[in-house]
Design a protein around this ligand. Sequence first.
Ligand SMILES: [Zn+2]
Length: 335
Amino acid sequence: MLTACSDSGTATSPVAPASFVEAIAPGAPVVKEGDLAALSLEADPKILRSHTFSDGKVFDYVEYQGNVIDGDAILGTVQGLEAQFVAYEDELKSAKAQGIKTQGAMTNRCVGGIYFGACVSNWQGVRWPKPYGQSWTPVYYEPLSNLSSQGQQAVLSAMTDIQNATFQHILFFQSSSASNRIYFTQNSDAPGVTGGCFSPIGLQDGRQQLNLDIAGCQDKGRAIHEILHALGMMHEQSRPDRDNYITINNSNLTPLGVQNIGFKYWDRDMTEHTPFDFGSIMMYPQTLNDPQQKFIYNSSQPLYFLNVSLPGTVNPGQRDGLSASDIATLNMRYQ
Ligand SMILES: [Zn+2]
């Protein structure tokens, strides 16, 4: 899975085939057992449902009167969800036919997608492994010869920042032979993806591409953003609690924009440990210059509206460096 990032404020939005973009596999259940216990105290009949996919993944959900619910929120109809199950099976077949790796990366797949506006994230499935007995996690990358000298400098600075922020619990090693490794490009060779900044989410079990287009992606902040994707981090505006803080301008989003900006991920692990952070390097800016209408139809209209007032010191969409909560999340996952 690739997540495309047109958050540079430039016109470098990538074009990605549907099978590559934000394909999120079922992992964690939408409603946990503890939630069900609470629900059962209520009078209305709610039914726990479970669906098992052909790849063995299980998706649990709660049905109430033909709708899929999470707490007091209606996520969509059961019929709509079942259509997404069928679509997921089709994507599994398609990925297999194209030779796209589905292990690991596809543990994050959107279930419900546009219907439900919610996805399931199982970051553990895409975590880079920490060798037994070691206190640090190695992340391998091929020599940066595909990048301009500016791009190489950006990547090396980004890696240094990440290593320092995690107190060396994440260490980057150059290798052309490690079984899992990132290769950096500035001219995408992913099928149908012509440019932009993008990365898979987390470890993909093999050789995975991270693209930093020479137009707008080759600075330290954008390199950090994409490397964090490769380490398994999602966009901040995709958090399940984001509607408390922003209102997505849905009418301005293209289908690709919905996938990159509109979806929410049920990443409870992250949500329960760090507050929503407008200053995260994984947060999109409020506005985007997107004349090619890859993500939004009208660049003069925002991606989202603010539901809260922000101090002047907070700059949503900053790409200067890791925020305190970015660092906390990284350390929680890779300690
Ligand atoms: Zn991104």
